[in-house]
Structure formats: C-alpha cells, structure tokens
Design a protein around this ligand. Structure first.
Ligand code: ZN
Length: 213
C-alpha cells in the first residue's frame, strides 16, 4: 500500500484546511512524470454521459495497475477551472464560441476535435485538475465514444500523444495516437509502459476483468 502516504497527506491537508484543489491528482503532465500522484483520479461526469461505454473505458485504465479512475455522476458540470476534474459535453466549434462568451480559461472543443483534455498544474508541475470535453454527438455512437474517451483518459492520467499517426500505429500498441485511434479496446502496451514510468508501479495492482465494449 504505497499509496498510504498520499492518502494520509491528503487527509492531513483537509484537516489543516489547506486548499484541497492543490492535492495532486496524477503524476506530472507528461509520460515521464514523477510518481508523486494520487492512486485515485476522480472525475465528475454529467448524467447524460453515465453510459456503459464511459464506465468501461474508465475500468480499462483502472485495470492497468495505474491510478484507479473513479467516475462520479453529477447533475451539472462546468468546464471552468474550479478544482474539480470533470467531463462536459460540447459541439466542436460551437463549444469554443460558447466558452469565449463565458470566460477565458475554460476548455474549448474546437472544429474537428472529438475530445479535448486540459490540465491545470501547480507550481511543481503536478496535475491538480483535468477537464475533458467530449463531442456530445458521440453519445449516439457508443463504440466511438469509448475510443475517444479511452484516449482522453490517458491524458487525464498524464500521458502525452504517442508519436506517429493513428493509421500507422496499432491501437494495441497505443491508444494515445492522435486522433484517438479506431478499434481500441484497452490501453496499449506502450501506454502501459508510459504509465509505469509516470507512476513507478506505486499504485496497487487490482484484479479486474478485462474491459470490453
Ligand atoms: Zn489527445
């Protein structure tokens, strides 16, 4: 239970009244990040995204031995920086316009993007918040929703894009090619190595069934 010190420090921070938002969520913001993150990443999801494919992708990452991805259903989310990691739904292009009218720091889903993840780091380059926006039209396409969400969750956990184009790299090697590859079922072998580098095997391995769609 090498996560215990993290849990303890988080509890201490809360007890002492420290800013909860600065509790590290994940390892550093890239795949060579430090293994100083939490072993549980909590994301708020809107009710309409509370779907089997959304939970299956989270389970697929949780089964890797990296941080466990915990999804919490909420009635309403925002994409503004508020210290909570969350998923919102938008329409590419239109969402960016909507964001522009609301404020400067929200996560913007631009034309041609099926999903986008924006992370907020503290002064030590530790991720303290991840906001994901998914194309709401994916709700009608569970298989593609799974693939895009699986990819974005990799970003949430601190992974960068895998070099090479999606059509050149098989998804069983990496789901982190850009754009999110088609045909992915679980994090690829390169993704697992990146996760291991980032977290150093510091999270306890869990027995979980392989993810399926
Ligand atoms: Zn990406």
């Amino acid at each position: 239970m090498r996560c215990c010190p993290l849990v303890v420090s988080a509890i201490v921070a809360i007890v002492l009244g420290c800013d909860r938002r600065e509790t590290p969520l994940t390892a550093g913001g890239n795949d060579s990040g430090r293994a100083n993150g939490s072993c549980v990443v909590e994301l708020q999801i809107p009710v309409e995204a509370d779907l089997p494919s959304v939970h299956a992708a989270a389970a697929a990452w949780s089964a890797t031995g990296g941080p466990r991805v915990s999804l919490v259903r909420v009635g309403r989310t925002t994409s503004f920086e508020d210290g909570r990691s969350q998923v919102t739904l938008g329409v590419p292009g239109a969402h960016c316009k909507e964001v522009a009218t609301k404020g400067e720091s929200a996560t913007c889903l631009d034309h041609g993007q099926e999903g986008v993840t924006r992370q907020r780091l503290n002064q030590d380059d530790v991720v303290v918040e991840s906001d994901v926006v998914l194309d709401r039209r994916l709700l009608a396409h569970p298989a593609r929703l799974y693939e895009v969400w699986l990819h974005e969750l990799g970003h949430v956990l601190g992974l960068d894009h895998f070099p090479g184009r999606s059509e050149q790299i098989r998804p069983d090697v990496s789901v982190m090619t850009n754009p999110a590859p088609h045909g992915s079922t679980r994090p690829g072998t390169a993704d697992l190595r990146a996760l291991s580098r980032a977290y150093g095997g510091s999270c306890p391995t869990r027995k979980s069934p392989a993810a399926s769609r």
